[in-house]
Design a protein around this ligand. Sequence first.
Ligand SMILES: Cc1cc2nc3c(=O)[nH]c(=O)nc-3n(C[C@H](O)[C@H](O)[C@H](O)COP(=O)(O)O)c2cc1C
Length: 179
Amino acid sequence: MKRVIVISTSLRNGSNSDMLADQFVEGAKAAGNDVEKISLAGKNIQFCKGCLACQKLGRCVIDDDVSDIMTRVLQADVICWATPIYYYEMSGQMKTLLDRMNPLYTSDYKFRKVYMLSTAAEDEEYTPEKAVKGLQGWVDCFEKAELAGSLFCGGISDPGEASAKETELEEAYEFGRSL
Ligand SMILES: Cc1cc2nc3c(=O)[nH]c(=O)nc-3n(C[C@H](O)[C@H](O)[C@H](O)COP(=O)(O)O)c2cc1C
């Protein structure tokens, strides 16, 4: 049994990427894993100030919802990120959280596999590429971890449209089940 954390970064109701995240959760649960999903909606997440105090203190000096999220990430074996594509990149809130989790860099982190689920209006092969590379850059800083898979679901713009994307929803489920 693995501890799995799924971080859903879209802030809108009826989020398409959140639907993929839910499928990943269901698949991971069906395989007997201990799964927790966190949505960034409603969370207080401030920008990294770049002070690097975390390198001395082992924690961030900003007091907001990130410390609780980071505690959970620290205990997880698997992290799955779900994000809408914004300007061919990951969402700003996802990038902000990645930056804020800088204290993990010097920690005894457990995660070994990282996954990414993304959605966008366009359905081109290149649409998610920069977002995937961005996450790859973060994963590269954690030598014991790898970007184990990414799934893109394009051609969806309005909230809830992902519900018609049976193939991708099934793929997200299988990603979770295969952990
Ligand atoms: C600020 C912003 C930027 C976006 N940029 C892109 C983009 O570069 N390419 C694209 O195909 N869709 C873009 N979209 C559309 C979203 O990726 C799309 O609606 C997606 O399904 C949203 O996922 P969500 O429902 O999980 O938030 C953008 C949407 C917003 C709000």
